[in-house]
Design a protein around this ligand. Structure first.
Ligand code: FES
Length: 241
């Protein structure tokens, strides 16, 4: 019988205090390299029955399981853990309890810009970039390192949208901008919305911008650059990166 364990640290948040606990994950077989989600599920089952975390598809499709591993955002259902790793809530969003963060102030930025203009179809005639952007699973890993999102007030106090944008918001706008179903007369409004969320900051910090998508979308090339070009006529080319 396998009795090997893996020591994992988990940061919990309760009664307005955060603290760290150690959990010894019981391996199911000798070579097992468990995912973060395996650890959390076992910890909840066997030791901390009120441990709070989110997951859905368990297959990198729904994007709600993101947590920080050693301070960097990772999908809990796809990231493996090793001895002494630290699992903590996303540092880029306010914590409600344990590993649960408040996500709604992000999509709320898109109120009025989430509609599919006239019909819902597969947009087969859209440019390749449009289809690349549909891979976004809203995991919010891209908030890490975003100079704009950093400026937001992250307190848990109301249901307002955050003032400043983030790669996710801009991805949604860019996708709408290149959606063949978006009428030409609405495109100006999309660019104005991007400007109102602080797009100018990305323009100033473009060269040192380090943002990473949780599912591998090239956010600089496929989102930020085309939006800057459309908004300011910058014509940023790859050689300037
Ligand atoms: S549980 Fe759906 S992406 Fe991880």
């Amino acid at each position: 019988m396998v009795s090997e364990t893996l020591k994992i640290r988990i940061k919990l948040f309760r009664d307005k205090k955060s603290f760290e606990i150690e959990y010894f994950y019981r391996k199911k077989f000798h070579e097992e390299r468990p995912m973060v989600l395996d650890v959390l599920l076992q910890a909840q089952e066997e030791k901390i029955d009120d441990l709070s975390f989110r997951y859905g598809c368990r297959a990198r499709n729904c994007g709600i399981c993101t947590v920080d591993i050693n301070g960097k955002p990772r999908l809990a259902c796809r990231a493996r853990v090793k001895e002494d790793d630290l699992i903590s809530p996303l540092s880029t969003l306010p914590v409600i309890k344990d590993l649960i963060v408040k996500r709604d102030s992000i999509p709320r930025q898109m109120i009025g810009y989430n509609k599919i203009p006239y019909k819902n179809n597969l947009n087969v005639e859209a440019e390749a970039s449009y289809h690349n952007l549909t891979a976004c699973i809203e995991c919010y890993a891209c908030l890490d390192g975003c100079p704009l999102h950093k400026k937001n007030n992250l307190e848990v106090k109301d249901n307002n949208a955050y003032l400043y944008g983030n790669p996710f918001s801009f991805l949604k706008l860019q996708r709408l901008f290149i959606d063949p179903l978006t009428p030409e007369e609405e495109k100006k409004g999309i660019i104005e919305k991007a400007k109102s969320l602080g797009l100018e900051t990305y323009r100033r910090e473009y060269k040192k911008l380090k943002i990473k998508c949780g599912v591998g979308i090239n956010l600089k090339d496929e989102v930020i650059k085309p939006l800057l070009n459309a908004a300011f006529g910058d014509q940023i080319e790859k050689k300037n990166e």
